[in-house]
Design a protein. Sequence first.
Length: 601
Amino acid sequence: MLFIFRSLVTVLLFSSAFLISCNKKERKISGTEGLEIKGDNAPVVPGTETEVPAYDPGDGGWKIEEWNNEVISSLKKLSKKLINNEDWEIFTDSLCSSEFEGASFTCPKVPKSFDRGKVLLFSPENEPKTKSVLSELISELLDEHSLRGRVERSSFKIVGIEGSANKEVDCEAIVHFAGRHDEVFRELKGRLNLKWDLESDEMKLLRVDGSFRVVYSSIGQFVDVTHSSLGDVPEFTEQFYRGQDHWTGRLEMLTGIDVGGWQGVAVADINNDGKDDMYVAQPGGLPNRLYIRKGDGTFEDRSVASGTNFLDSCHGNLFVDLDNDGDQDLISGVLDGIVIMDNDGEGNFTKRASMILPAAVPYSISAADYDVDGDLDFYVCCYNKRPGVNRHHLFARPVPYHDANNGGRNALFRNDGNWAFRNVTKKEGLDENNRRFSYASSWEDYDNDGDLDLYVANDFGRNNFYTNDGSRIRFKDVAEEAGVVDIGPGMSVSWGDYDNDGKTDLYVGNMFSSAGHRISSQDRFHEGADKITKDYYRRHARGNSLYKNMGNGAFSDVSLSSGVSVGRWAWSSRLGDMDGDGYQDIYVANGFITQQDSGDL
Protein backbone atom coordinates (compact mmCIF):
# COMPACT_ATOMS: atom_id res chain seq x y z
CA MET A 1 0.00 0.00 0.00
CA LEU A 2 1.26 3.46 -0.78
CA PHE A 3 1.18 6.60 1.32
CA ILE A 4 1.35 8.76 -1.79
CA PHE A 5 1.99 7.47 -5.28
CA ARG A 6 2.88 9.63 -8.25
CA SER A 7 3.18 7.10 -11.02
CA LEU A 8 4.11 3.50 -11.51
CA VAL A 9 7.68 4.71 -11.81
CA THR A 10 7.34 6.41 -8.44
CA VAL A 11 6.03 3.18 -6.93
CA LEU A 12 9.16 1.36 -8.01
CA LEU A 13 11.58 4.07 -6.95
CA PHE A 14 10.18 5.03 -3.58
CA SER A 15 8.98 1.72 -2.24
CA SER A 16 11.55 1.97 0.53
CA ALA A 17 9.91 5.15 1.82
CA PHE A 18 6.22 4.47 1.31
CA LEU A 19 5.52 0.87 0.36
CA ILE A 20 4.33 -1.32 3.16
CA SER A 21 4.91 -5.05 3.00
CA CYS A 22 1.83 -6.51 1.36
CA ASN A 23 0.41 -9.74 0.06
CA LYS A 24 -0.32 -9.66 -3.64
CA LYS A 25 -3.84 -10.40 -4.80
CA GLU A 26 -5.12 -10.36 -8.34
CA ARG A 27 -7.60 -7.89 -9.76
CA LYS A 28 -8.46 -6.86 -13.29
CA ILE A 29 -8.22 -3.59 -15.14
CA SER A 30 -9.18 -2.86 -18.70
CA GLY A 31 -6.59 -2.58 -21.44
CA THR A 32 -6.97 -0.30 -24.40
CA GLU A 33 -7.06 -2.44 -27.51
CA GLY A 34 -9.75 -1.62 -30.04
CA LEU A 35 -11.66 1.58 -30.48
CA GLU A 36 -15.36 2.40 -30.34
CA ILE A 37 -16.88 5.87 -30.42
CA LYS A 38 -20.35 6.52 -29.05
CA GLY A 39 -22.26 9.79 -28.97
CA ASP A 40 -20.90 13.30 -28.77
CA ASN A 41 -18.93 12.95 -25.58
CA ALA A 42 -16.08 10.77 -24.35
CA PRO A 43 -15.14 7.72 -26.43
CA VAL A 44 -15.56 4.20 -25.18
CA VAL A 45 -12.33 2.24 -25.39
CA PRO A 46 -12.97 -1.46 -24.80
CA GLY A 47 -10.01 -3.77 -24.18
CA THR A 48 -8.55 -6.97 -22.96
CA GLU A 49 -8.35 -7.93 -19.32
CA THR A 50 -4.92 -7.68 -17.71
CA GLU A 51 -3.98 -9.17 -14.34
CA VAL A 52 -2.21 -6.75 -12.02
CA PRO A 53 -1.36 -7.11 -8.33
CA ALA A 54 -3.46 -5.49 -5.63
CA TYR A 55 -2.15 -5.02 -2.10
CA ASP A 56 -3.46 -6.07 1.28
CA PRO A 57 -2.63 -3.37 3.86
CA GLY A 58 -3.34 -5.72 6.73
CA ASP A 59 -0.29 -7.82 5.96
CA GLY A 60 1.94 -4.86 6.81
CA GLY A 61 0.34 -4.46 10.22
CA TRP A 62 -1.46 -1.22 9.38
CA LYS A 63 -4.70 -1.93 11.18
CA ILE A 64 -5.98 1.56 10.43
CA GLU A 65 -5.98 0.74 6.72
CA GLU A 66 -8.00 -2.43 7.31
CA TRP A 67 -10.52 -0.31 9.19
CA ASN A 68 -10.43 2.29 6.43
CA ASN A 69 -11.19 -0.32 3.78
CA GLU A 70 -14.18 -1.56 5.73
CA VAL A 71 -15.49 1.97 6.39
CA ILE A 72 -15.00 3.08 2.78
CA SER A 73 -16.70 -0.05 1.49
CA SER A 74 -19.85 0.83 3.46
CA LEU A 75 -19.74 4.52 2.54
CA LYS A 76 -19.29 3.73 -1.16
CA LYS A 77 -22.43 1.61 -1.02
CA LEU A 78 -24.22 4.54 0.57
CA SER A 79 -22.96 6.87 -2.17
CA LYS A 80 -24.17 4.54 -4.88
CA LYS A 81 -27.60 4.32 -3.32
CA LEU A 82 -27.83 8.11 -2.94
CA ILE A 83 -26.94 8.60 -6.60
CA ASN A 84 -29.41 5.93 -7.72
CA ASN A 85 -32.00 7.13 -5.15
CA GLU A 86 -32.68 3.58 -4.00
CA ASP A 87 -33.50 2.61 -0.38
CA TRP A 88 -30.61 4.71 0.92
CA GLU A 89 -32.52 5.63 4.10
CA ILE A 90 -32.88 1.95 5.03
CA PHE A 91 -29.25 1.28 4.19
CA THR A 92 -28.07 4.32 6.22
CA ASP A 93 -29.91 3.14 9.29
CA SER A 94 -28.50 -0.37 8.84
CA LEU A 95 -25.02 1.13 9.21
CA CYS A 96 -25.90 2.39 12.70
CA SER A 97 -25.40 0.44 15.88
CA SER A 98 -28.34 -0.38 18.13
CA GLU A 99 -26.58 1.93 20.58
CA PHE A 100 -26.36 4.80 18.08
CA GLU A 101 -25.88 8.03 20.04
CA GLY A 102 -27.17 10.44 17.40
CA ALA A 103 -25.99 12.78 14.65
CA SER A 104 -25.38 16.52 14.50
CA PHE A 105 -24.70 18.71 11.43
CA THR A 106 -23.97 22.42 11.28
CA CYS A 107 -25.14 23.89 7.96
CA PRO A 108 -25.58 27.42 6.61
CA LYS A 109 -28.97 28.98 6.01
CA VAL A 110 -29.42 29.50 2.27
CA PRO A 111 -31.88 32.02 0.79
CA LYS A 112 -34.67 30.69 -1.42
CA SER A 113 -33.40 32.65 -4.41
CA PHE A 114 -30.26 34.47 -5.49
CA ASP A 115 -28.90 36.38 -8.46
CA ARG A 116 -28.54 34.38 -11.67
CA GLY A 117 -25.17 33.98 -13.29
CA LYS A 118 -23.41 33.74 -9.94
CA VAL A 119 -21.45 31.37 -7.76
CA LEU A 120 -22.28 31.80 -4.08
CA LEU A 121 -20.54 30.22 -1.11
CA PHE A 122 -22.35 29.83 2.18
CA SER A 123 -20.36 28.98 5.31
CA PRO A 124 -21.78 27.42 8.50
CA GLU A 125 -23.44 29.93 10.79
CA ASN A 126 -26.49 28.19 12.24
CA GLU A 127 -27.03 26.12 15.35
CA PRO A 128 -26.36 22.40 14.79
CA LYS A 129 -29.25 20.20 13.66
CA THR A 130 -29.40 17.11 15.83
CA LYS A 131 -31.27 13.86 15.16
CA SER A 132 -31.34 10.46 16.81
CA VAL A 133 -31.78 8.78 13.40
CA LEU A 134 -29.02 9.42 10.86
CA SER A 135 -31.18 8.97 7.77
CA GLU A 136 -33.54 11.70 8.99
CA LEU A 137 -30.69 14.18 9.30
CA ILE A 138 -29.32 13.38 5.83
CA SER A 139 -32.86 13.63 4.43
CA GLU A 140 -33.33 17.05 5.97
CA LEU A 141 -29.96 18.17 4.62
CA LEU A 142 -30.80 17.06 1.07
CA ASP A 143 -34.36 18.38 1.22
CA GLU A 144 -33.22 21.86 2.27
CA HIS A 145 -31.09 22.09 -0.86
CA SER A 146 -33.51 20.30 -3.21
CA LEU A 147 -31.08 17.42 -3.71
CA ARG A 148 -33.24 14.49 -2.64
CA GLY A 149 -33.37 12.21 -5.66
CA ARG A 150 -31.02 14.53 -7.56
CA VAL A 151 -27.61 13.59 -6.12
CA GLU A 152 -25.18 13.27 -9.03
CA ARG A 153 -22.02 13.04 -6.98
CA SER A 154 -21.41 11.55 -3.56
CA SER A 155 -17.97 10.89 -2.18
CA PHE A 156 -16.30 10.22 1.15
CA LYS A 157 -12.55 10.54 1.82
CA ILE A 158 -11.18 9.26 5.12
CA VAL A 159 -8.36 11.62 6.12
CA GLY A 160 -7.92 10.51 9.72
CA ILE A 161 -8.52 7.30 11.63
CA GLU A 162 -7.72 6.22 15.18
CA GLY A 163 -8.60 3.23 17.31
CA SER A 164 -9.31 3.30 21.06
CA ALA A 165 -9.01 0.83 23.91
CA ASN A 166 -12.80 0.39 24.16
CA LYS A 167 -13.05 -1.12 20.65
CA GLU A 168 -14.12 2.04 18.91
CA VAL A 169 -12.71 3.69 15.80
CA ASP A 170 -12.84 7.43 15.18
CA CYS A 171 -12.72 8.61 11.56
CA GLU A 172 -12.49 12.07 10.05
CA ALA A 173 -14.02 12.22 6.57
CA ILE A 174 -14.27 14.81 3.82
CA VAL A 175 -17.74 14.58 2.28
CA HIS A 176 -19.07 15.93 -0.99
CA PHE A 177 -22.67 15.81 -2.24
CA ALA A 178 -23.63 17.57 -5.47
CA GLY A 179 -26.52 17.76 -7.91
CA ARG A 180 -28.75 20.08 -9.94
CA HIS A 181 -32.21 21.51 -9.44
CA ASP A 182 -33.98 24.41 -11.12
CA GLU A 183 -30.92 25.07 -13.33
CA VAL A 184 -28.80 25.58 -10.23
CA PHE A 185 -25.82 23.38 -9.40
CA ARG A 186 -25.73 22.72 -5.65
CA GLU A 187 -22.79 21.36 -3.67
CA LEU A 188 -22.57 20.35 -0.03
CA LYS A 189 -18.98 20.03 1.20
CA GLY A 190 -18.32 18.96 4.74
CA ARG A 191 -16.08 17.39 7.33
CA LEU A 192 -17.57 14.64 9.41
CA ASN A 193 -16.37 12.83 12.53
CA LEU A 194 -17.68 9.28 12.54
CA LYS A 195 -17.38 6.97 15.54
CA TRP A 196 -17.58 3.25 14.72
CA ASP A 197 -18.18 0.27 17.01
CA LEU A 198 -15.89 -2.77 16.53
CA GLU A 199 -17.82 -5.12 18.83
CA SER A 200 -19.97 -6.74 16.13
CA ASP A 201 -18.87 -8.68 13.05
CA GLU A 202 -19.29 -5.53 10.96
CA MET A 203 -18.31 -2.03 11.98
CA LYS A 204 -21.37 -0.04 13.06
CA LEU A 205 -21.80 3.71 13.52
CA LEU A 206 -22.09 5.03 17.06
CA ARG A 207 -22.05 8.78 16.39
CA VAL A 208 -21.77 11.28 13.50
CA ASP A 209 -20.93 14.98 13.86
CA GLY A 210 -19.84 17.56 11.32
CA SER A 211 -20.34 20.81 9.47
CA PHE A 212 -21.04 21.69 5.84
CA ARG A 213 -20.37 24.54 3.47
CA VAL A 214 -22.75 25.10 0.58
CA VAL A 215 -22.00 26.31 -2.93
CA TYR A 216 -24.73 27.34 -5.38
CA SER A 217 -23.89 28.09 -9.01
CA SER A 218 -26.15 29.22 -11.84
CA ILE A 219 -23.48 30.17 -14.37
CA GLY A 220 -24.40 27.24 -16.59
CA GLN A 221 -22.59 24.07 -17.46
CA PHE A 222 -19.49 23.20 -19.38
CA VAL A 223 -20.24 20.80 -22.21
CA ASP A 224 -17.70 18.28 -23.48
CA VAL A 225 -17.34 19.03 -27.21
CA THR A 226 -14.20 16.99 -27.80
CA HIS A 227 -15.83 14.54 -30.16
CA SER A 228 -17.98 17.04 -32.03
CA SER A 229 -14.98 19.33 -32.53
CA LEU A 230 -12.24 16.77 -33.16
CA GLY A 231 -13.96 13.43 -33.72
CA ASP A 232 -13.74 13.73 -37.50
CA VAL A 233 -9.99 14.38 -37.44
CA PRO A 234 -8.32 10.99 -38.03
CA GLU A 235 -5.00 12.13 -36.60
CA PHE A 236 -6.78 13.02 -33.36
CA THR A 237 -8.93 9.94 -32.84
CA GLU A 238 -6.19 7.50 -33.83
CA GLN A 239 -3.72 9.05 -31.41
CA PHE A 240 -5.69 10.46 -28.46
CA TYR A 241 -8.60 8.05 -28.24
CA ARG A 242 -6.21 5.26 -27.42
CA GLY A 243 -5.22 4.93 -23.80
CA GLN A 244 -1.90 4.93 -21.99
CA ASP A 245 -1.55 1.14 -22.10
CA HIS A 246 -1.88 1.12 -25.88
CA TRP A 247 1.12 3.39 -26.42
CA THR A 248 3.34 2.13 -23.63
CA GLY A 249 3.01 -1.30 -25.23
CA ARG A 250 4.15 0.00 -28.62
CA LEU A 251 6.77 2.69 -27.97
CA GLU A 252 10.24 2.35 -26.55
CA MET A 253 10.19 3.89 -23.07
CA LEU A 254 13.63 5.42 -23.55
CA THR A 255 12.16 7.76 -26.18
CA GLY A 256 10.17 9.46 -23.46
CA ILE A 257 6.86 7.59 -23.13
CA ASP A 258 6.06 7.06 -19.45
CA VAL A 259 3.08 7.12 -17.13
CA GLY A 260 4.23 10.06 -15.04
CA GLY A 261 5.09 12.59 -17.72
CA TRP A 262 3.67 16.08 -18.07
CA GLN A 263 2.60 16.85 -21.63
CA GLY A 264 0.97 20.26 -21.90
CA VAL A 265 -1.35 22.13 -24.25
CA ALA A 266 -0.57 25.60 -25.61
CA VAL A 267 -3.43 27.79 -26.88
CA ALA A 268 -3.15 30.87 -29.12
CA ASP A 269 -4.47 32.40 -32.33
CA ILE A 270 -1.53 31.39 -34.50
CA ASN A 271 -2.95 32.40 -37.92
CA ASN A 272 -4.50 35.75 -36.88
CA ASP A 273 -8.07 34.80 -37.80
CA GLY A 274 -9.51 35.75 -34.41
CA LYS A 275 -9.99 32.14 -33.24
CA ASP A 276 -7.79 30.30 -30.77
CA ASP A 277 -5.92 27.23 -31.96
CA MET A 278 -4.19 24.57 -29.85
CA TYR A 279 -0.89 22.73 -29.84
CA VAL A 280 -0.58 19.45 -27.95
CA ALA A 281 2.78 18.17 -26.67
CA GLN A 282 3.41 14.44 -26.86
CA PRO A 283 5.90 11.93 -25.44
CA GLY A 284 8.74 10.68 -27.60
CA GLY A 285 7.67 8.61 -30.59
CA LEU A 286 4.33 10.39 -31.02
CA PRO A 287 4.17 13.62 -33.04
CA ASN A 288 3.14 16.90 -31.47
CA ARG A 289 -0.18 18.04 -32.91
CA LEU A 290 -1.28 21.49 -34.07
CA TYR A 291 -5.05 21.90 -34.45
CA ILE A 292 -6.41 24.96 -36.23
CA ARG A 293 -9.94 26.03 -35.34
CA LYS A 294 -12.33 26.52 -38.23
CA GLY A 295 -15.37 28.79 -38.46
CA ASP A 296 -17.84 26.04 -37.56
CA GLY A 297 -16.09 25.21 -34.28
CA THR A 298 -14.33 22.11 -35.56
CA PHE A 299 -10.57 21.74 -35.97
CA GLU A 300 -8.20 20.58 -38.68
CA ASP A 301 -4.77 19.04 -38.19
CA ARG A 302 -1.95 21.21 -39.55
CA SER A 303 0.90 19.57 -37.64
CA VAL A 304 2.84 18.54 -40.74
CA ALA A 305 2.07 21.60 -42.89
CA SER A 306 3.08 24.00 -40.11
CA GLY A 307 6.38 22.27 -39.43
CA THR A 308 5.59 21.63 -35.76
CA ASN A 309 5.11 17.84 -35.71
CA PHE A 310 8.18 17.10 -33.60
CA LEU A 311 8.72 13.44 -32.70
CA ASP A 312 11.04 14.25 -29.80
CA SER A 313 9.72 13.83 -26.29
CA CYS A 314 8.06 17.17 -25.57
CA HIS A 315 6.62 18.53 -22.35
CA GLY A 316 6.21 22.30 -22.45
CA ASN A 317 5.31 24.69 -25.27
CA LEU A 318 4.54 28.38 -25.28
CA PHE A 319 3.19 30.74 -27.96
CA VAL A 320 4.53 34.30 -27.56
CA ASP A 321 5.59 37.13 -29.85
CA LEU A 322 9.38 36.99 -29.61
CA ASP A 323 10.21 39.40 -32.46
CA ASN A 324 7.47 42.01 -31.88
CA ASP A 325 5.92 41.50 -35.32
CA GLY A 326 2.39 40.91 -34.02
CA ASP A 327 2.10 37.13 -34.38
CA GLN A 328 2.60 34.22 -32.02
CA ASP A 329 5.95 32.44 -32.29
CA LEU A 330 6.61 29.06 -30.66
CA ILE A 331 9.00 28.07 -27.88
CA SER A 332 9.08 24.29 -27.65
CA GLY A 333 10.78 22.26 -24.93
CA VAL A 334 12.03 18.95 -26.35
CA LEU A 335 14.21 16.30 -24.76
CA ASP A 336 17.53 17.96 -25.66
CA GLY A 337 16.58 21.56 -24.97
CA ILE A 338 14.66 24.47 -26.49
CA VAL A 339 13.56 25.03 -30.11
CA ILE A 340 12.52 28.53 -31.24
CA MET A 341 10.10 28.71 -34.20
CA ASP A 342 9.25 31.90 -36.11
CA ASN A 343 5.60 32.31 -37.17
CA ASP A 344 5.02 33.97 -40.56
CA GLY A 345 1.64 35.23 -39.37
CA GLU A 346 -0.35 32.53 -41.15
CA GLY A 347 0.59 29.60 -38.91
CA ASN A 348 3.68 28.43 -40.79
CA PHE A 349 6.78 28.03 -38.64
CA THR A 350 10.50 28.20 -39.36
CA LYS A 351 13.24 27.24 -36.92
CA ARG A 352 15.27 30.29 -35.85
CA ALA A 353 17.26 29.13 -32.84
CA SER A 354 17.87 26.23 -30.47
CA MET A 355 19.46 25.98 -27.05
CA ILE A 356 20.88 22.78 -25.61
CA LEU A 357 20.21 22.03 -21.94
CA PRO A 358 22.89 19.40 -21.38
CA ALA A 359 21.82 18.03 -18.01
CA ALA A 360 18.07 18.59 -17.68
CA VAL A 361 14.73 18.05 -19.42
CA PRO A 362 12.52 21.13 -20.01
CA TYR A 363 9.00 20.70 -18.60
CA SER A 364 7.31 24.10 -18.85
CA ILE A 365 8.05 27.62 -20.08
CA SER A 366 6.92 31.08 -18.97
CA ALA A 367 7.73 34.41 -20.66
CA ALA A 368 8.08 37.97 -19.40
CA ASP A 369 10.04 41.13 -20.09
CA TYR A 370 11.93 40.79 -16.82
CA ASP A 371 14.59 43.40 -17.74
CA VAL A 372 12.05 45.93 -19.10
CA ASP A 373 13.83 46.37 -22.44
CA GLY A 374 10.77 45.93 -24.67
CA ASP A 375 11.05 42.28 -25.70
CA LEU A 376 10.01 39.00 -24.12
CA ASP A 377 12.49 36.76 -22.31
CA PHE A 378 11.62 33.27 -21.08
CA TYR A 379 12.22 30.94 -18.14
CA VAL A 380 12.40 27.15 -18.51
CA CYS A 381 11.45 24.77 -15.69
CA CYS A 382 13.60 21.63 -15.95
CA TYR A 383 11.94 19.05 -13.73
CA ASN A 384 14.20 16.09 -14.22
CA LYS A 385 17.80 15.41 -15.03
CA ARG A 386 18.38 13.99 -18.49
CA PRO A 387 18.15 10.17 -18.84
CA GLY A 388 21.60 8.72 -18.30
CA VAL A 389 22.60 11.33 -15.72
CA ASN A 390 23.01 9.56 -12.36
CA ARG A 391 22.36 6.28 -14.22
CA HIS A 392 18.59 6.61 -14.38
CA HIS A 393 16.57 5.91 -17.52
CA LEU A 394 13.40 7.92 -17.04
CA PHE A 395 13.09 9.48 -13.64
CA ALA A 396 15.79 10.64 -11.20
CA ARG A 397 15.09 9.65 -7.63
CA PRO A 398 14.40 12.76 -5.51
CA VAL A 399 16.64 12.86 -2.44
CA PRO A 400 15.35 13.32 0.16
CA TYR A 401 11.78 12.65 -0.95
CA HIS A 402 10.22 15.40 1.17
CA ASP A 403 12.82 18.09 0.38
CA ALA A 404 14.69 17.03 -2.75
CA ASN A 405 17.56 19.08 -4.09
CA ASN A 406 18.80 16.93 -6.97
CA GLY A 407 16.45 17.83 -9.82
CA GLY A 408 17.20 19.58 -13.10
CA ARG A 409 18.58 23.12 -13.35
CA ASN A 410 16.08 25.72 -14.54
CA ALA A 411 17.25 28.32 -17.06
CA LEU A 412 16.50 31.98 -17.83
CA PHE A 413 17.04 33.06 -21.45
CA ARG A 414 17.37 36.77 -22.21
CA ASN A 415 16.08 37.99 -25.57
CA ASP A 416 18.88 40.00 -27.21
CA GLY A 417 16.95 40.59 -30.44
CA ASN A 418 17.32 39.16 -33.96
CA TRP A 419 16.53 35.64 -32.67
CA ALA A 420 19.50 35.62 -30.28
CA PHE A 421 18.91 34.33 -26.76
CA ARG A 422 21.44 34.14 -23.95
CA ASN A 423 21.37 31.91 -20.90
CA VAL A 424 21.68 34.41 -18.03
CA THR A 425 20.53 32.17 -15.17
CA LYS A 426 23.63 32.62 -13.03
CA LYS A 427 24.22 36.23 -14.05
CA GLU A 428 20.76 37.29 -12.93
CA GLY A 429 20.84 35.34 -9.64
CA LEU A 430 18.37 32.58 -10.60
CA ASP A 431 20.82 29.75 -9.94
CA GLU A 432 20.13 30.12 -6.22
CA ASN A 433 18.35 26.99 -4.90
CA ASN A 434 18.17 25.82 -8.51
CA ARG A 435 18.33 22.02 -8.13
CA ARG A 436 14.66 21.32 -7.54
CA PHE A 437 12.11 19.22 -9.46
CA SER A 438 10.40 22.25 -11.02
CA TYR A 439 7.04 21.82 -12.72
CA ALA A 440 5.77 25.34 -13.36
CA SER A 441 6.58 29.01 -12.95
CA SER A 442 4.70 32.31 -13.18
CA TRP A 443 5.70 35.97 -13.34
CA GLU A 444 3.96 38.78 -11.45
CA ASP A 445 4.80 42.20 -10.03
CA TYR A 446 3.55 41.24 -6.59
CA ASP A 447 5.12 44.25 -4.85
CA ASN A 448 4.05 46.86 -7.45
CA ASP A 449 7.59 48.17 -7.97
CA GLY A 450 7.42 48.11 -11.77
CA ASP A 451 9.30 44.88 -12.51
CA LEU A 452 8.27 41.24 -12.60
CA ASP A 453 9.01 38.70 -9.87
CA LEU A 454 9.03 34.91 -10.34
CA TYR A 455 7.45 32.04 -8.40
CA VAL A 456 8.49 28.45 -9.14
CA ALA A 457 6.43 25.42 -8.04
CA ASN A 458 8.63 22.42 -7.25
CA ASP A 459 7.74 18.79 -6.72
CA PHE A 460 9.13 16.86 -3.72
CA GLY A 461 9.82 19.83 -1.47
CA ARG A 462 10.07 23.59 -1.13
CA ASN A 463 9.25 26.18 -3.79
CA ASN A 464 11.23 29.22 -4.95
CA PHE A 465 10.12 32.84 -4.93
CA TYR A 466 12.55 35.15 -6.67
CA THR A 467 12.08 38.89 -6.20
CA ASN A 468 13.34 41.23 -8.91
CA ASP A 469 15.03 44.33 -7.50
CA GLY A 470 16.72 45.50 -10.70
CA SER A 471 20.21 45.47 -9.15
CA ARG A 472 23.39 43.98 -10.62
CA ILE A 473 22.40 40.53 -9.35
CA ARG A 474 18.76 41.01 -10.12
CA PHE A 475 16.96 38.08 -8.41
CA LYS A 476 16.98 36.69 -4.88
CA ASP A 477 15.05 33.72 -3.48
CA VAL A 478 12.91 35.06 -0.62
CA ALA A 479 10.42 32.19 -0.33
CA GLU A 480 11.33 31.59 3.32
CA GLU A 481 11.06 35.24 4.34
CA ALA A 482 7.84 35.75 2.38
CA GLY A 483 6.19 32.66 3.90
CA VAL A 484 5.55 30.87 0.60
CA VAL A 485 8.00 27.93 0.76
CA ASP A 486 4.96 25.61 0.55
CA ILE A 487 6.79 22.31 1.01
CA GLY A 488 4.94 19.66 -0.97
CA PRO A 489 4.38 18.22 -4.44
CA GLY A 490 4.21 21.56 -6.29
CA MET A 491 2.50 21.24 -9.67
CA SER A 492 1.30 24.69 -10.73
CA VAL A 493 1.16 28.35 -9.78
CA SER A 494 -1.33 31.13 -10.50
CA TRP A 495 -1.59 34.78 -9.43
CA GLY A 496 -4.77 36.76 -8.80
CA ASP A 497 -6.39 39.20 -6.37
CA TYR A 498 -8.88 36.79 -4.79
CA ASP A 499 -10.06 39.23 -2.10
CA ASN A 500 -10.11 42.40 -4.26
CA ASP A 501 -7.85 44.35 -1.92
CA GLY A 502 -5.58 45.58 -4.72
CA LYS A 503 -2.75 43.17 -3.91
CA THR A 504 -1.95 40.10 -6.00
CA ASP A 505 -2.32 36.80 -4.14
CA LEU A 506 -0.83 33.39 -4.91
CA TYR A 507 -2.42 29.98 -5.49
CA VAL A 508 -0.23 26.87 -5.72
CA GLY A 509 -1.44 23.51 -7.02
CA ASN A 510 -0.20 20.53 -5.02
CA MET A 511 -1.62 17.06 -4.44
CA PHE A 512 -4.15 16.00 -1.85
CA SER A 513 -3.96 12.43 -0.56
CA SER A 514 -6.45 10.99 1.91
CA ALA A 515 -4.16 7.97 2.44
CA GLY A 516 -1.30 10.37 3.09
CA HIS A 517 -3.34 12.14 5.76
CA ARG A 518 -4.25 8.88 7.47
CA ILE A 519 -0.86 7.22 7.48
CA SER A 520 1.41 10.20 8.14
CA SER A 521 -0.52 10.95 11.33
CA GLN A 522 0.37 7.56 12.83
CA ASP A 523 3.21 7.27 15.35
CA ARG A 524 4.73 4.32 13.53
CA PHE A 525 5.00 6.25 10.25
CA HIS A 526 8.63 7.05 9.44
CA GLU A 527 9.82 5.83 12.81
CA GLY A 528 13.06 7.47 13.82
CA ALA A 529 12.46 10.66 11.85
CA ASP A 530 12.43 13.97 13.70
CA LYS A 531 9.23 16.00 14.11
CA ILE A 532 10.14 18.52 11.39
CA THR A 533 10.65 15.76 8.82
CA LYS A 534 7.35 14.13 9.76
CA ASP A 535 5.59 17.48 9.44
CA TYR A 536 7.05 17.87 5.94
CA TYR A 537 5.56 14.53 4.92
CA ARG A 538 2.18 15.49 6.39
CA ARG A 539 2.28 18.78 4.50
CA HIS A 540 3.06 16.80 1.34
CA ALA A 541 -0.44 15.28 1.51
CA ARG A 542 -2.34 18.45 2.47
CA GLY A 543 -3.32 19.72 -0.96
CA ASN A 544 -3.37 23.12 -2.67
CA SER A 545 -2.29 26.39 -1.05
CA LEU A 546 -3.70 29.92 -1.15
CA TYR A 547 -1.46 32.75 0.07
CA LYS A 548 -2.85 36.20 0.84
CA ASN A 549 -0.54 39.09 -0.06
CA MET A 550 -0.15 41.17 3.10
CA GLY A 551 1.39 44.12 1.25
CA ASN A 552 4.62 44.13 3.27
CA GLY A 553 6.56 41.59 1.25
CA ALA A 554 5.04 38.65 3.13
CA PHE A 555 2.07 36.34 2.59
CA SER A 556 -0.41 34.67 4.94
CA ASP A 557 -1.42 31.03 4.38
CA VAL A 558 -5.25 31.02 4.18
CA SER A 559 -5.56 27.63 2.45
CA LEU A 560 -7.54 25.86 5.15
CA SER A 561 -9.66 28.76 6.36
CA SER A 562 -10.74 29.56 2.78
CA GLY A 563 -11.61 25.93 2.02
CA VAL A 564 -9.50 25.66 -1.13
CA SER A 565 -6.88 23.07 -0.13
CA VAL A 566 -8.66 19.92 -1.31
CA GLY A 567 -8.15 20.02 -5.07
CA ARG A 568 -7.84 16.23 -5.28
CA TRP A 569 -4.83 14.88 -7.22
CA ALA A 570 -4.20 18.36 -8.61
CA TRP A 571 -1.94 19.17 -11.54
CA SER A 572 -2.80 22.55 -12.99
CA SER A 573 -4.74 25.39 -11.38
CA ARG A 574 -5.93 28.82 -12.39
CA LEU A 575 -7.35 31.89 -10.69
CA GLY A 576 -9.92 33.66 -12.86
CA ASP A 577 -13.36 35.27 -12.77
CA MET A 578 -15.48 32.41 -14.12
CA ASP A 579 -18.89 33.98 -13.49
CA GLY A 580 -18.20 37.64 -14.23
CA ASP A 581 -19.02 38.88 -10.74
CA GLY A 582 -15.70 40.65 -10.23
CA TYR A 583 -14.19 38.03 -7.93
CA GLN A 584 -11.45 35.52 -8.75
CA ASP A 585 -12.61 31.90 -8.78
CA ILE A 586 -10.34 28.85 -8.89
CA TYR A 587 -10.31 26.10 -11.50
CA VAL A 588 -8.25 22.96 -10.76
CA ALA A 589 -7.39 20.20 -13.24
CA ASN A 590 -6.89 16.93 -11.40
CA GLY A 591 -6.81 13.15 -11.69
CA PHE A 592 -4.42 10.39 -12.57
CA ILE A 593 -4.45 7.02 -14.34
CA THR A 594 -7.99 5.71 -14.82
CA GLN A 595 -8.86 2.68 -12.69
CA GLN A 596 -11.96 0.62 -12.08
CA ASP A 597 -12.45 2.43 -8.79
CA SER A 598 -13.54 5.95 -9.74
CA GLY A 599 -13.07 7.08 -6.15
CA ASP A 600 -9.40 6.18 -5.90
CA LEU A 601 -8.36 9.83 -5.85
